[in-house]
Design a protein around this ligand. Structure first.
Ligand SMILES: Cc1cc2nc3c(=O)[nH]c(=O)nc-3n(C[C@H](O)[C@H](O)[C@H](O)COP(=O)(O)OP(=O)(O)OC[C@H]3O[C@@H](n4cnc5c(N)ncnc54)[C@H](O)[C@@H]3O)c2cc1C
Length: 578
């Protein structure tokens, strides 16, 4: 990536301003040769191990992953993938990590989530914000799988609104902190040894803020409660955690007191991206299963594959997956290139990845027919396992608001529409997220066109410039119309987020296709060109529809019907008398 590339701190925030910083996203990021070899070795090591030792059905039925699995995966280097080598890890980049996790994602949902909690969020804060002493003390055991990590943010009264956690840490005269509170839904809850716990704390200047603490199993007053019984991911040890006067020594404070919420958000940004790339891995497996079935199963004297509506489903799966994969790995590339703020792109990958894989699993089961409903087939387990993906690590609707508000913030600042508005009010958490993540947009103004796409792609690239212009103009008009009240316009958030996601996805596909053409030649890449073409045309259409809907909709009717329903307290429109 050229040096000038980092003249903007967020690619998508700049899109909302009407600028395309194409030097950030062209050429498409492909991991280096040396790392690619290492990734291949780790993927092979995982696949070999999983073939002999991971029995998804058994994990689901016994609701347990044996301890030795984590140790044996640790011996193979799979428990500390991005941990620097000096602390016993593999030192992979974000893209390398995601590639290995794709392979893990195809094997078993519970294992993927247990490893994801451990690596993507549990110990990520230590790697990102830990002191040298904390890294030396904690990372070698975690990277070897001798210890498991967890991430404890959610509480009974603070789920999506994580800013308002109620757990509290109080500083003692000896520099330690006494922690009291309760967390719920914590992965690896009963078997983790190292938890990154977030609480409120009064700072030395008297300000009430957040703190991140490393709480270790065995600390007095810390206990895990009874395990939750869950719909899927049954091998994930999910529990509440209780803290009764837990004394946390000063050497276990992560970052500075006051940085707790920023640390939580930065870690979750990363975790969300992993959910996006993990969805790519599972989606590939589902496509393969679907293709295998429809090409072998015959009805009405022909393979299912021949029917129009079956082709519609498979064509959608393949083309959308191509777009999702392009977007997810473009984003890991942005992280590896050192882009300061990838919060919007990572939320986009999480939202569209988890929604896509959910609908795709549904359609794959549909194509399998009655057999798809049987428990000895993988579909029902996969559906149970992935149902939570759009809920955890930021519920998708909350993420939609986050994407839209974060993207609108710099535009609002520029137009001075939000000049005296703290986005933190009244939608507390979301506004706070928007300003916590990445801070102010740093940038140099750039044009709204794409010049780096391959010349044969101009028919697809040129319309993107028009969409970006329209994004800005719609963004301006909603800001002028609603001012600070924009925080309450959820339906506008939803549509803006969808439009921005599809603009970003088209750019990702154009970048990927350009790299393929340059490497293999246009002639030889006809199939990729066809898929890229299809994805971009469909995405461009979706952008238009979403932006149109911001201008013309029946939202008022939806508000009225919902409010009437709340008043009635039930559906209440009786067709028959009971
Ligand atoms: C299997 C599982 C594993 C988990 N693992 C962890 C973990 O390891 N660590 C951890 O800290 N937490 C974990 N969680 C908690 C998870 O992150 C929360 O459940 C999630 O953030 C949602 O919070 P909530 O359940 O309190 O739902 P709520 O915040 O009550 O929201 C419920 C629903 O309301 C809607 N909603 C909420 N706010 C808005 C809004 N502003 N606009 C529109 N719609 C909205 C959304 O549809 C949302 O799904 C886990 C949960 C599960 C089920």
């Amino acid at each position: 990536m050229p040096e000038t590339a980092l003249d903007v701190s967020s690619f998508s925030k700049a899109l909302m301003l009407g600028e395309i910083h194409e030097e950030l996203v062209f050429p498409y990021p492909i991991p280096s040769g040396e790392e690619a070899d290492k990734v291949r070795e780790l993927v092979t090591a995982f696949r070999d191990y999983a073939a002999d030792h991971i029995d998804s059905r058994r994990i689901d039925e016994e609701a347990w992953i044996p301890d030795e699995v984590f140790l044996e995966l640790g011996e193979r280097g799979l428990m500390g993938l991005y941990v620097p080598e000096e602390y016993g890890g593999q030192g992979l980049s974000q893209s390398g990590y995601a590639r290995v996790f794709e392979a893990i994602g195809t094997a078993d949902g519970s294992l993927t989530v247990a490893l994801g909690v451990h690596q993507s969020i549990g110990m990520k804060g230590i790697v990102m914000y830990g002191s040298d002493e904390q890294k030396e003390r904690l990372l070698p055991d975690l990277a070897a799988g001798r210890k498991l990590a967890g991430f404890a943010l959610t509480e009974p009264n603070a789920g999506s609104d994580a800013y308002h956690v109620e757990s509290r840490a109080v500083r003692q005269s000896d520099g330690s902190w006494v922690l009291n509170g309760e967390k719920r839904f914590i992965g690896n809850g009963g078997r983790g040894s190292v938890f990154c716990v977030f609480a409120r704390a009064e700072l030395e200047d008297g300000k009430d803020s957040h703190i991140a603490l490393i709480v270790e199993r065995g600390m007095e007053g810390f206990e895990a409660g009874e395990r939750y019984q869950t719909m899927g991911l049954r091998g994930n040890d999910l529990r509440p955690l209780y803290f009764h006067d837990v004394r946390v020594p000063p050497e276990n404070v992560l970052g500075e007191p006051g940085e707790g919420f920023r640390i939580a958000m930065d870690v979750l940004n990363n975790g969300r991206l992993s959910l996006g790339t993990g969805s790519v891995g599972l989606a590939k497996r589902l496509v393969d299963l679907a293709i295998d079935h429809v090409t072998t199963r015959r009805q009405f004297g022909r393979p299912l594959a021949d029917f129009d509506m079956v082709e519609d489903k498979i064509g959608w799966m393949v083309s959308y997956l191509f777009g999702l994969e392009s977007l997810a790995y473009l984003t890991t590339g942005l992280v590896d290139a050192g882009l300061e703020d990838y919060s919007i792109e990572s939320a986009i990958a999480k939202v569209i990845g988890t929604e896509f894989v959910w609908y795709q699993a549904n359609r794959a089961l549909q194509l399998k027919g009655g057999e798809g409903y049987l428990r000895d087939e993988p579909y029902e387990r996969i559906l149970r396992d992935i149902r939570v993906f759009p809920i955890f690590e930021g519920a998708n609707d909350v993420m939609r608001s986050f994407i839209a508000l974060s993207a609108l913030k710099p535009l609002g600042d520029e137009l001075k529409v939000l000049a005296d508005t703290d986005l933190a009010d009244p939608l507390g958490t979301l506004g706070a997220w928007a300003s916590y993540v990445g801070g102010r947009l740093r940038r140099e103004v750039r044009p709204d066109s794409i010049s780096l796409a391959h010349e044969t792609l101009s028919e697809l690239a040129d319309p993107v410039a028009g969409q970006v212009k329209r994004l800005r103009s719609v963004g301006e008009s909603v800001l002028r119309e609603h001012g600070s009240g924009i925080v309450d316009q959820g339906m506008t958030h939803k549509r803006l987020a969808a439009a921005l996601s599809d603009v970003y996805a088209q750019i990702a596909v154009l970048s990927r296709a350009t790299s393929i053409f340059e490497e293999q030649g246009v002639e030889a890449s006809g199939q990729e060109r066809f898929i890229a073409d299809t994805f971009c045309r469909r995405a461009a259409h979706r952008v238009e529809v979403e932006l149109d809907k911001i201008e013309r909709n029946d939202d008022e009717r939806m508000h009225s019907i919902a409010r009437l329903a709340y008043k009635r307290g039930s559906y209440g429109y009786a067709l028959f008398e009971d």
